[in-house]
Design a protein around this ligand. Structure first.
Ligand code: GAL
Length: 664
């Protein structure tokens, strides 16, 4: 059912009719999509001392955060939990009160803790996304008035710069402020967050300063080393407001006012550089605000039905439509609103990331459907042209839900706060399966070949370890692999595998498999079969082939192919014949027949089932065995990007030149 009028469209779908199958077949999202989970420092770390810990005894629930999830002492274990979800990204926040417990005093141990978290995420192939402000303030800064005073922004920017200096060599994604409208309205209108006030005057001031702080943060970090190559953005909670009775002008008026204060004024501010704080009469220009986001983070939870007599206390149930289902938080599940949130922020013309979406649902009877619906809406929005880069589920695990204390459970993992035991919920399994079916496949690199033709010193050195452009070619390959959104690689090192001992990459998780004796390309894959995932990207360890993996993987998935081979048509030799997107004939050696029209460029996507079908013990060649006998089944992906090999000293020289030039 759709109610549509000048206030927009309040769509309500019949979800029973929706076909979710693409979510599990890996066809709903592009392969480069970021799959994430999100947390915030104060909600999970435990043992904090900040504006919240001081406020908690007087909060609505009266519950204290205390040990929370004791994450500060359980980092490794929690990293496992994240990895087990098959996600590629993790959003967390930095606890300023730990890092600068007293004004101007920096706690190096705390800084190291976060730096180590980043390193550990990266070695697991998970990209970090850092939030610089997520509701909490150090006490000394709270006592100065926090965002109530413009002059206090200086201290926050100093903290942000400090942490950017430490982490920006490794962290690509940065969120400045989480949900400024929630911080301002909960702290200064509803009084449910610290400092627990009810003052429109202060709300206006705080809102203005939050926007100033965001703009200054963005400009400052952008001007620092690594700034230009990092992505920095604001995180905005979008709450959809609908009139309870659409025919009632008072309800419509109220919905419109709330939408203006909570959503539009903030988005307009970013768009125009002029900000009209909620309930203010005039807009004020803010230096550097216009265009101060490389992406917009959208946190989306629900819609609210507005009447002039809306409860301002959360104890009174909000109004819902009769067919809607209440979450534990009492507001309804309304996935259709996420589409409206996308439409609203699209006017900014910057990439969109869902930085939070999830549901309070302790017994997990709603969350699986919640996950499916919101991902379905996101997938459709992408198909309809929205530039949505990723989705972070809120939250990794049950945690301290601010004024609600431990009563609202948002986790993909259930947490028993007595024992700190984490248990994956059904919805967590589902999210992990969906992420797995979509994320970039595992990369498998055939790195066993020796550099016999490259002169004396490389006679016994695997070619992929030969240095070119300042590092082994394998490191260049892995840099490319990472840039394509792949986060794990299996390196088949041949029978000289011990030479790879100690080799690592900062942000691709590596597994090495050695061979007992020389086995050829096919033998190497068969030997490593236990480590192969269902589909993998197969690369040669001595070729540099910088193509976009996205279209290749997309092609492979769309056609339900079992082997998709990249072919270049721009090469001086030809070694294959393709027709209608399929391989017809392949000949590795010898003169190519005249109808040959392509050359195998090296990067292919392979289903493990092909390895299992052709696999045998001993020494055998993958290409000579599989390509001829499987030819009609092999899908062709044309990409004529140049590939670089290093078979001879001359070619190595050219590759050296290429890397040197691309660096300048
Ligand atoms: C968001 C907030 C999170 C989390 C979530 C669930 O507003 O950023 O910290 O509490 O709501 O209510």
């Amino acid at each position: 059912m759709t109610v549509s009028d000048s206030m927009g469209v309040e769509e309500h779908r019949n979800w029973d009719d929706v076909d979710y199958s693409a979510l599990l077949s890996g066809k709903a999202f592009p392969p480069t999509f970021m799959w994430g989970v999100a947390t915030a420092s104060h909600q999970i770390e435990g043992g904090n001392s900040n504006n919240w810990t001081r406020f908690e005894p007087t909060s609505k629930s009266g519950q204290e955060s205390g040990d929370a999830c004791d994450h500060w002492n359980r980092k490794e274990q929690d990293l496992e939990l994240i990895q087990d979800l098959n996600v590629t990204h993790y959003r967390f926040s930095l606890e300023w009160s730990r890092i600068e417990p007293e004004m101007g005093t920096w706690d190096q141990d705390a800084i190291d803790w976060y730096s180590d978290l980043v390193d550990q995420l990266l070695t697991r192939g998970i990209q970090p996304m850092v939030t610089l402000h997520h509701f909490t303030n150090p006490l000394w800064w709270e006592d100065l008035g926090a965002f109530e005073e413009e002059s206090n922004i200086f201290y926050w920017i100093r903290f942000c710069s400090k942490m950017f200096e430490v982490l920006s060599d490794r962290v690509e994604w940065w969120c400045t402020i989480n949900e400024p409208a929630v911080y301002a309205s909960m702290g200064y209108v509803l009084g449910e967050f610290p400092p627990g006030e009810r003052s429109f005057k202060k709300t206006r001031k705080v809102s203005l300063n939050l926007m100033r702080a965001h703009a200054r943060c963005y400009r400052t970090l952008k001007s620092m080393e690594n700034g230009p190559i990092r992505k920095i953005g604001l995180v905005k909670n979008i709450n959809i407001f609908d009139p309870y009775r659409r025919w009632n002008p008072l309800h419509r008026f109220q919905a419109n006012v709330l939408d203006g204060m909570f959503n539009r004024c903030w988005i307009n501010g970013l768009k125009t550089g002029r900000f009209k704080p909620p309930s203010a009469f005039r807009s004020i220009p803010i230096d550097g605000l216009k265009g101060s986001s490389d992406f917009i983070g959208v946190n989306y939870y629900t819609h609210l039905l507005a009447t002039p007599f809306m409860p301002t206390k959360v104890e009174i149930d909000p109004l819902i439509r009769p067919w809607e289902e209440r979450t534990d938080f009492r507001y309804p599940m309304y996935a259709e609103g996420l589409k409206r949130a996308f439409d609203m922020v699209a006017q900014l013309n910057i990439p969109i990331i869902v930085t939070e979406n999830g549901v309070a649902d302790d017994d997990d009877d709603m969350r699986p459907e919640h996950v499916r619906r919101h991902l379905q809406i996101t997938a459709e929005a992408i198909q309809n042209g929205h530039n949505i880069l990723g989705f972070y589920h809120w939250s990794l695990m049950d945690n301290f839900e601010w004024a609600e204390g431990y009563d609202q459970c948002f986790g993909l993992y259930h947490v028993d706060f007595e024992t700190q035991k984490r248990t994956l919920r059904e919805s967590g399994h589902l999210y992990a399966r969906i992420a797995k079916s979509h994320r970039m496949p595992q990369v498998v690199i055939l790195a066993g070949g020796l550099g016999t033709r490259l002169g004396e010193k490389t006679q016994h050195l695997p070619k992929s370890l030969v240095e070119v452009g300042g590092q082994p070619i394998l490191a260049h390959i892995l840099d490319w692999v990472k840039s394509q959104g792949c986060n794990r690689a299996l390196v088949l090192t041949g029978h000289h595998g011990e030479q790879f001992d100690g080799f690592h990459h900062p942000s691709v998780e590596l597994t090495f498999v050695k061979e007992p004796e020389q086995m050829g390309t096919g033998g190497a894959l068969w030997n490593a079969r236990e480590h192969l995932e269902d589909d993998f990207i197969l690369l040669w360890g001595d070729d540099y082939h910088p193509i976009d993996y996205g279209p290749l993987v997309h092609h492979h998935r769309e056609t339900s192919s079992r082997l998709t081979m990249t072919v270049t048509t721009d090469h001086d030799e030809m070694n294959l014949h393709y027709e209608n997107g399929r391989l017809v004939d392949y000949a590795k050696d010898g003169d190519a027949p005249r109808e040959f029209n392509g050359y195998e460029a090296g990067t292919s996507v392979v289903s493990k089932s092909v390895v299992m079908e052709f696999g045998k013990d001993g020494n055998w060649s993958w290409e000579k065995t599989v390509y001829p006998s499987f030819s009609n089944e092999i899908h062709i992906h044309i990409d004529s990007t140049k590939f670089w090999d290093m078979g001879t000293p001359e070619r190595l020289e050219k590759l050296e030149q290429f890397f040197n030039e691309s660096r300048t």
